[in-house]
Design a protein around this ligand. Structure first.
Ligand code: PA5
Length: 305
């Protein structure tokens, strides 16, 4: 769920077009029926105390599906110990979402190892280059006019956003939406190409658009993506809306996803600063988790004492 699920989203976007094994990200309490003892379940919760994730792990154990758990501790670690599930301990920084690098590398290594894929392992190491490059650009030490994350934050300061993404960059779009919600405390939505061209664009009408569209793109888009985006831009412009574009960096799929996530995450932090908001606390999420914990008392019922 949330910041932990993004690691799964990235791995799925990155590897699903590669091998022959389907990868599905479950953001709920239950495993789908197609998960069998021939599957591998990777249960990820940075805190280890997310009831949906613990529930999925318990179901996997019950159905004798091989599993690995990733957390900084919490109930997920306890359940793993009790049921002899391999548990990988990761570091938790100030929040689950800011710990993404640790969770992502753990999740990626588990899946690559299961697939026996050395070629993609190289991509994982190589994305360090793009991290260094984007890191310099978005740094607080880089002046405002040269800092694309600050520039973007300034442009979206007074509006809500819709993120338009091709399927292959969906993980970066989801992460951006989540970070706008959690860090900047603002609404946002994700729309995916080409599907949005068959429904969502109808909502754009002359003179009544108060959302800012942000298009996630990269320089070597295949023609079906490039042409769609260009056509979409012209429809939006005809309705009086000028979309913003953010260009991914890097020469491979993973680098493109990571470069976008890095830049866009920073823009949500700068946006919080512009709005005078502390990006770290998530009081609504905490309140909801507490309410559910006392209502369902899920963890209390299922987790070993
Ligand atoms: O980033 C956050 O704080 C949230 O989105 C959490 O990731 C989410 O609530 C799930 O918690 P956890 O990642 O600890 O399983």
């Amino acid at each position: 769920m949330g910041g932990s699920a993004v690691a799964g989203d990235v791995v799925a976007d990155w590897l699903s077009q590669h091998g022959s094994v389907p990868i599905e990200v479950i953001k709920d309490y239950h495993l789908p029926n197609n998960v069998t003892p021939r599957s591998l379940v990777v249960a990820i919760s940075c805190s280890g105390d997310t009831e949906e994730t613990v529930s999925v792990l318990l179901e996997a154990v019950k159905r004798r599906v091989p599993c690995v758990a990733v957390s900084s501790g919490g109930m997920l670690e306890q359940v793993s110990l009790k049921h002899h599930v391999l548990h990988i301990k990761v570091k938790m920084l100030s929040s689950p979402r800011s710990s993404l690098p640790f969770i992502l590398v753990a999740a990626a290594r588990i899946v690559l190892n299961a697939l026996g894929d050395n070629e993609k392992e190289i991509e994982l190491t190589r994305c360090g280059e793009v991290i260094r490059e984007v890191g310099k650009q978005v740094s607080t030490e880089t002046s405002t006019e040269l800092n694309p994350a600050i520039e973007l934050a300034k442009k979206i300061r007074n509006a809500e956003t819709i993120i338009y993404t091709p399927t292959v960059l969906q993980a970066a779009a989801t992460r951006f939406k989540n970070s706008l919600n959690e860090n900047s405390k603002t609404h946002s939505a994700v729309e995916v190409l080409p599907e949005l061209c068959h429904n969502e664009i109808e909502a754009w009408r002359s003179g009544v658009n108060d959302w800012i569209p942000i298009l996630l793109r990269w320089s070597k888009e295949p023609p079906e993506v490039k042409n769609r985006f260009e056509a979409l831009k012209s429809v939006m412009r005809n309705k009086g809306t000028e979309p913003l574009e953010v260009l991914a960096k890097g020469n491979d799929h993973l680098s493109r996803l990571i470069s976008l996530i890095y830049l866009l995450d920073f823009s949500t932090l700068y946006l919080a600063k512009l709005k005078g908001i502390n990006p770290l606390p998530t009081p609504n999420i905490d309140q909801l988790k507490k309410k559910l914990a006392s209502k369902l008392s899920y963890l209390g019922k299922h987790v070993p004492k």
